[in-house]
Design a protein around this ligand. Structure first.
Ligand code: COA
Length: 149
């Protein structure tokens, strides 16, 4: 989260203080019973190589899930983010509180857009969001129907 390359599509690097705050927030997310952030572990030693999660969001006046992912550079390009996202979709499908899961990768984030396409999300439209607040970004709105299996 502090690395400029890793955060190029996520509004730029965060400060140490912001990262610690975010970490505390992630730890307490499951208390909501809705939001989840998982550590991705990989290999025989179950090394921590990234994170993937989903959380409630109000989008177009509807409650939906949003999902997002991150894999450390040394582990990228091996299909890890794709498999981790597949796993959270299965997790969300166990007891979906909302019908739709969205992902909002920057239009220029080729791997993330590829992940959405491969996992069966439908491209709704290109739109403007602020992420983080005050930082405009052009993203693709990808949507997955959790009721369809
Ligand atoms: C996005 C990210 C998580 C992808 O992680 P990863 O583990 O390398 O992803 P995968 O290996 O599962 O690959 C995803 C797909 O993207 C494709 N891909 C990778 N780079 C690409 C590029 N430049 N152009 C087109 N497709 C690309 C891969 O080929 C793969 O598709 P394939 O299996 O059909 O070949 C990782 O790059 C990352 O953490 N980036 C920084 C944080 C970030 O941007 N998070 C996403 C916010 S929405």
């Amino acid at each position: 989260m502090g690395d400029p390359d890793m955060m190029a599509h996520l509004g730029g690097p965060e400060s140490q203080e912001q990262i610690l705050r975010r970490h505390q927030r992630y730890i307490h997310l499951p208390e909501s019973g809705i939001d989840h952030m998982f550590k991705i572990v990989w290999g025989p030693n179950a090394e921590g190589v990234g994170n993937v999660g989903y959380w409630r969001k109000t989008w177009r006046e509807q409650a939906v899930y949003e999902t997002g992912w991150l894999v450390l550079p040394a582990y990228q390009g091996r299909g890890i983010a794709t498999e981790a996202t597949r796993a959270v979709i299965e997790h969300a499908r166990l007891e979906p509180k909302y019908q739709f899961m969205h992902a909002f990768p920057s239009v220029s984030n080729a791997p993330s857009n590829a992940i959405c396409r491969k996992l069966g999300f439908t491209l709704v439209e290109e739109c403007q969001v602020e992420y983080p607040p005050g930082h405009p970004m052009t993203v693709n709105d990808w949507r997955l129907d959790l009721y369809e299996k």
